[in-house]
Design a protein around this ligand. Sequence first.
Ligand SMILES: *Cc1c(COP(=O)(O)O)cnc(C)c1O
Length: 354
Amino acid sequence: MGYPRLEIDLKKIRHNARELFTQCSKAGIHIAAVTKVFCGEAKIAQVLVEEGITMLADSRMQNIKKLSNLSVPKMLLRIPMLSELEDLVEYVDVSFQSEIDTIRKVSEIAQKQNKIHDIMLMVDLGDLREGCWEDEVQTIVEAAMALKGVRLIGIGANFGCYGGVIPERHTLEKLVGIKEEIENRWGLELEFISGGNSNSLHLLWENQIPKGINQLRLGEPIVLGKEDVYNVPIDGLYQDAFRLFGQVVEIKEKPSVPIGKRGIDAFGNVPVFTDRGLRKRAIVAMGRQDILLDGIQPIEKEMIILGASSDHLLVDIADAKITKKIGDILEFTMSYGALLAAMTSAYVHKVFIE
Ligand SMILES: *Cc1c(COP(=O)(O)O)cnc(C)c1O
């Protein structure tokens, strides 16, 4: 069995998807399931589709290509690069847009391929990542309407990714208002209002989602059973659908402060140490090439992560309840960022549990 090892429990993912699907459906909200944290792994996406998910969404073209065999529409979440528009028109059913120059090029390419590409206009409602300003919306819509290769099917907004802005009822009401203005002014009918990522779920639980919002883009709740606003486990969902394991290769007692003249560590930082005397430590054979150091924690609370270089993870095991030996397997919890890193690392063995 190879390590580091990421166990992926498809039954737990299935359960999470089903629960969220039921909750959202009751409120008239359809889920665009976000596949980027698991790198568009088709085996996982397949399970989501089986549970009723009707749209898959990712920020990367390589991931969307992996989903080609699944029959549901795919949405590109990141504003596309000019260098990927050929692929966009070929592989993506709906894309988020905020730049009229890009929309024009998409239309040109779509027309050449005898296609009409569906777009959603992203509006920035304060988080200051992607999206056009409210006062640009009508100009962009007017320009897009003149193009034959694209069709505007909705609008959307994103929160909590750069500015940490939490969507509120009035923020989403603004989005509904913008949609109505577009429809009234241009005689259009927009199918979707995409009301954000998992940070909008709390509005659903509090019954504060304005009427009209009919799509949420969910990633973290499906895979980790969590969202960022309350940052607590979501009731009824599994938090351990993905489990990370590493193998111990060395156990020694060592001082907690290095010996000798000191400079920078492997990553250019000047490390700081607290003298806690001689401590028993384990080296686990995984490192920053596999995980996000700040995003993992040993399942056994008595153990403390001391640090990591590219491929060595140092863990203080002095207070561990069960004595550790060479070859032991330690388990770690992962944040969203740590899971993303583990999925992305070619060195982490992914094992599916069906
Ligand atoms: C990543 C991403 C999401 C998914 O967010 P979660 O918090 O994982 O649910 C949704 N929308 C956009 C635009 C994203 O980039």
